[in-house]
Design a protein around this ligand. Sequence first.
Ligand code: AMP
Length: 116
Amino acid sequence: MVEETIFSKIIRREISADVVYQDELVTAFRDISPKAPTHVLIVLNVLVPTVNDLLPIHEESMGHLFTVALKIARSEGIAEDGYRLIINCNRHGGQEVNHIHMHLLGGRPLGPMLAY
Ligand code: AMP
């Protein structure tokens, strides 16, 4: 049984979020607890809990995450300086919300890839 998270409600616009982009495959909104000047989450519209649950049918929408990330990076004005794209998986990856999402982070030098 796959349980919905708050992200499904944001996608359906049932609760408020700062949505910056939405199409038939993905929804992007600003992280409620930003770790950088730009911190946007790009979420699959269908509920797939983690990368471990991906199937070949998700390849189009997973690829779409990257082109939408680029579109948003350009619109945020951070594309040329650069940015970081992160997808966390499960406990060791630090995943808190079990609904696949890509973090788009930028707007300042982000430092080393891992804190420790
Ligand atoms: P992760 O640790 O990869 O699962 O990331 C989950 C992210 O979702 C965290 O950075 C949270 O700050 C963010 N988050 C949780 N609830 C909300 C919300 N209601 N609106 C926007 N971002 C959220």
